[in-house]
Ligand binder design. Structure first.
Ligand code: NAP
Length: 332
């Protein structure tokens, strides 16, 4: 009998066909009022789950007693409780690499948009306010040659560093758990403490995963270290920054501006003070949202899920301990 897979994110016809050849597939649209209830109904017979942008809580997964594997269509896995998955022996996979360059492009879009006031000035033109050559009050800031500080020098951080170093001639500072000699060599980058990075960089770009360790990593004290001429770019997860402290610092104009792709609460509530600040460019979590990359991520997730459900090690396994235990308990 075929295994049952529940897809809770829309997939392309090609991927649906591939899944249907191998498994018994249910597609659940979790948007709308009864979306979650429909998912809950499908869970008791599910062997595999594929999707993203939903917190799969233990309470929800307790309903999926046959579950063997979850394939997240994302690189971040803060929507899953790893201890719970380990306890249940459920494999979790993600989609690294395939989205790295696209997310780095998004970071640079935000760097350029904030520094050169692209959104604000495009709105100015559309509003018919461009009557004569603009004056100094509407000038922006240079990007090339300025110092780029990257918090979290992993896959995406390195791709941003490459753009900054070789595309824009920017000196690179970074902070991670430990220095990375290959990064220092490739980008002439300098490893430094978080505080030094915050107080020296002109553009501070956050690319750490959300974890207990990084939740609230950038609070009022850290924001106070930013230079007056600095810009803050967050493409990681909203909760890495204390949003109330960020709003307060921006309202007080303690630094130049912020480019934000992620927020504490998503979708961003329409009454968020961030929306009234001209120096903020807010995008709706579009880091990886191009046609090509989203399809690549979904394809990668399907590969991971089908591997897991056919007894093979998924290529992008987040919790290898679960796999090791499975192999020890049930050797092939
Ligand atoms: P990655 O390769 O694992 O890189 C993450 C880096 O963060 C690692 O190098 C790690 O340093 C560093 N790090 C972790 N905790 C840290 C801390 N407390 N202080 C300083 N550095 C820390 O991951 P990635 O593929 O680049 O993705 C990064 C994150 O981007 C994802 O987890 C996701 O949340 C986010 N993301 C967002 C979007 C979007 O749409 N906006 C899209 C994709 C990804 P070490 O190597 O030294 O341990």
């Amino acid at each position: 009998m075929k295994k049952h897979v529940v897809a809770y994110k829309a997939l392309s016809p090609a991927l649906l066909e591939r899944l249907r050849e191998a498994v018994d597939l249910s597609c659940i649209d979790i948007t709308g009022e009864s979306g979650l209830a429909r998912l809950e109904e499908a869970l008791p017979t599910a062997h595999g789950l594929i999707g993203s942008s939903l917190k799969l809580t233990p309470a929800l997964l307790d309903k999926a007693l046959q579950l063997e594997a979850i394939a997240s269509i994302s690189v971040g896995y803060d929507n899953y409780d790893l201890d719970y998955l380990a306890h249940r022996g459920i494999l979790l996979s993600n989609t690294p690499d395939v989205l790295t360059e696209t997310v780095a492009d998004t970071a640079f879009a935000l760097i350029l948009a904030t520094a050169r006031r692209v959104v604000e000035l495009a709105d100015y033109v559309k509003a018919g306010k461009w009557q004569r050559s603009i004056g100094e009050p509407l000038f922006g800031n240079d990007v090339h040659g300025k110092t780029l500080g990257i918090i979290g020098m992993g896959r995406i951080g390195s791709a941003i560093a490459r753009r900054g170093r070789f595309g824009f001639g920017m000196p690179i500072l970074y902070n991670s758990h430990s220095p990375k000699p290959e990064v220092d060599r490739e980008f002439s980058a300098r490893y430094c403490s978080l505080d030094d990075l915050l107080s020296e960089a002109d553009f501070v770009c956050i690319t750490v995963p959300l974890s207990e360790e990084t939740s609230g990593l950038i609070g009022a004290r850290q924001l106070a270290l930013l230079k007056q001429e600095a810009f803050l770019i967050n493409i990681s997860r909203g909760k890495v920054v204390d949003e109330a402290a960020l709003i307060e610092a921006l309202q007080a104009k303690r630094f130049q501006g912020a480019g934000l792709d992620v927020f504490e609460k998503e979708p961003l509530p329409s009454d968020s003070p961030l929306l009234n600040l001209p120096q903020v460019v807010a995008t709706p979590h579009i880091g990886s949202a191009t046609h090509g990359t989203r399809e690549g991520m979904a394809r990668c997730a399907v590969d991971n899920l089908l591997a897991a459900l056919t007894g093979k090690r998924p290529p992008d396994l987040v919790n290898p301990d679960v796999w090791t235990r499975r192999m020890t308990d049930h050797p092939k």
